[in-house]
Design a protein around this ligand. Sequence first.
Ligand SMILES: Cc1cc2nc3c(=O)[nH]c(=O)nc-3n(C[C@H](O)[C@H](O)[C@H](O)COP(=O)(O)OP(=O)(O)OC[C@H]3O[C@@H](n4cnc5c(N)ncnc54)[C@H](O)[C@@H]3O)c2cc1C
Length: 330
Amino acid sequence: MSSLFDVTIIGAGPVGLYTAFYSGLRALKTKVIDAEPDVGGKIRYFYPDKKIHDVGGIAETTGYELVQNFKQQAETFEPEFVLGKRVTSLTKQPDETFLLQTEDGEYHYSKTVIIACGSGTYEVNPLVAKNADLHHAKTHYHLRDLEQFRNKKVVISGGGDAAIDAAFTLQPIAKSVDLIYRGENFKGYEKRATDLLASNIQVHLQHEITSLNEGNELETVTICAKPSGKEEKLSCEALFISHGVEVDFSFTKNWGLQTADWGIQVNPFMQTNIPGVYACGDAASYSRKIRIISAGLHEGAIAVNSAKQYLDPDAANEAMVSTHHEHFTS
Ligand SMILES: Cc1cc2nc3c(=O)[nH]c(=O)nc-3n(C[C@H](O)[C@H](O)[C@H](O)COP(=O)(O)OP(=O)(O)OC[C@H]3O[C@@H](n4cnc5c(N)ncnc54)[C@H](O)[C@@H]3O)c2cc1C
């Protein structure tokens, strides 16, 4: 049987990572579990290359740099990380401890649980087109390694913010960029649509990709105009698909948690309706909730302080600030 932890944090996004650090400040034996193979949550998943300007005290950073800093800080007190494992069940045992199960059937034991699971787990909507299965290696759903697109003829499919972002990001490094979108226009993105049309990016509105070439090497995609049905072949060496993601947050209800407004309902102590279970970050819901990174960090600290006092009612309300904390002063 794996050992019993004081705190298990579900989610290694920015808030889960900071919460793990703060949990270490409070000398709690901490485990962090995430469904994704690496830490960083939405930042890693959706916008590692985006510039971020609204995290307190950091005028400008990229998603990637910010995640590296969160990770380094989270490792300060050496919590145990369990990555690539989605938590599928959470139950309170007769002895008041919690049993968590991951989808591979592994069990994890904890005295308290902090849910920092953001909006839940994500699954990208795949490209549905003839021969799509032949070219997985050249079909990308995330912009995690820009070098894969360098000097390539890139075709992007999608019309949302992420697709437009990708077109602007790839345009300076790719040989060419074609953006295929089935809609009539980029609704709500007027300024960016004007910029797109003024750029070297070839925009194909009211088109969709219907097939990729046969054979091992990706060379062309066929796009089809709507409603005429007229087909056209485009040279293509790398594909970027941005057809949105399916988000699954339903598991929180199965765990008996009260939910409200896209999140788990918490009180000012970040406590859920289950004693010993707390929520913070995008996963938590309360009046005037703001879903940004900075806001979630404070909630993580409150959740840890609540867990600490649940385990030890005589414990102080909060951790020492780092300048007074023995870990940093000795
Ligand atoms: C495109 C975009 C741009 C943004 N830009 C900014 C910005 O510029 N500034 C800003 O402050 N905020 C921005 N945000 C919001 C910001 O990303 C979120 O507020 C922040 O990521 C919340 O952090 P979190 O740790 O609470 O959740 P998340 O980052 O969502 O992380 C949650 C983690 O929990 C894991 N998880 C979920 N369910 C389970 C499960 N059952 N088992 C195991 N693991 C699970 C997920 O895999 C994920 O890694 C942006 C969001 C998006 C989508």
